[in-house]
Design a protein around this ligand. Structure first.
Ligand SMILES: Nc1ncnc2c1ncn2[C@@H]1O[C@H](COP(=O)(O)OP(=O)(O)OP(=O)(O)O)[C@@H](O)[C@H]1O
Ligand SMILES: Cc1cn([C@H]2C[C@H](O)[C@@H](COP(=O)(O)O)O2)c(=O)[nH]c1=O
Length: 212
């Protein structure tokens, strides 16, 4: 059976994920690859509606409800967009996936509580879509905050959280990288242009495809 490659971009806000998604979408087809770029929360019409609730809803959700809502969006996104694209042999590149639920909900909100980590692991087992390769983009929080202020996009619920939350999220991503050394590649984006970061990612994707 043909199966494409599932690549995810992860990291805190403002590290350059969306920038890399756009660059990959324009560069990878020149290597003859059929590419689909997408994002979470969102990526399918139903999941984009859930994104509004998660990021801009008026009432805070309980932690378990927030996790289940991220996964409700993710199941729809996988069923309707990601799985069909992988089955058609595409390289699917997704801006955030389950590692973000681990970093933001399990580590950021629950400080790594074992019952929350195991809830996420059980939901992920049911999902039937695991990234082949993940790029964890990193920049010091102060650098990312200056970039976000300059970008000027609407500020969502997570960006408004206190700095303690953001520190736990970044430590969570580091823990995920050290737990998954074969899958997760860490790339610093401070002091490297978007194009330099992009060429590192492209090289790693092409090398992974050559390994088969
Ligand atoms: N390597 C880089 N060096 C300097 N600036 C960068 C770099 N990569 C991206 N930027 C800029 O930083 C800002 C944030 O980048 P981007 O929107 O790609 O981040 P993001 O990780 O997708 O953020 P979010 O998770 O909040 O959507 C943008 O204005 C972008 O142009
Ligand atoms: C998938 C996912 C995302 N989040 C958070 C992380 C970000 O603050 C927002 C998404 O905003 P972006 O500008 O598109 O990066 O959502 C989360 O908390 N849990 C998740 O599973």
């Amino acid at each position: 059976m043909v199966r494409g490659l599932f690549v995810t971009l992860e990291g805190g806000e403002g590290v350059g994920k969306s920038t890399q998604l756009r660059l990959l979408n324009s560069v990878l087809p020149s290597y003859g690859l059929d590419v689909l770029t997408t994002r979470e929360p969102g990526g399918s019409p139903g999941a984009e509606e859930l994104r509004q609730v998660l990021l801009f809803g008026q009432s805070p959700l309980s932690l378990r409800s927030e996790i289940l809502t991220h996964f409700a969006a993710r199941f729809d996104h996988v069923d309707q967009v990601i799985a069909p694209a992988l089955a058609a042999g595409k390289v699917v590149i997704c801006d955030r996936f389950t590692d973000s639920t681990l970093a933001y909900q399990a580590y950021g909100r629950a400080d790594g509580a074992s019952e929350i980590l195991s809830l996420v692991a059980r939901l992920q087992e049911q999902l039937g879509a695991d990234p082949d390769l993940t790029f964890l983009l990193e920049a010091p929080r102060e650098v990312a905050r200056v970039r976000l202020a300059a970008r000027g996009a609407p500020v969502d619920r997570y960006e408004l959280s206190d700095e303690g939350f953001h520190a736990r999220v970044l430590a969570g991503f580091q823990q995920i990288a050290s737990d998954n050394p074969d899958r997760v590649k860490r790339i610093g984006t401070s002091g490297q242009s978007p194009e330099e970061v992009n060429s590192l990612i492209v090289k790693a994707i092409l090398s992974r495809l050559q390994q088969g």
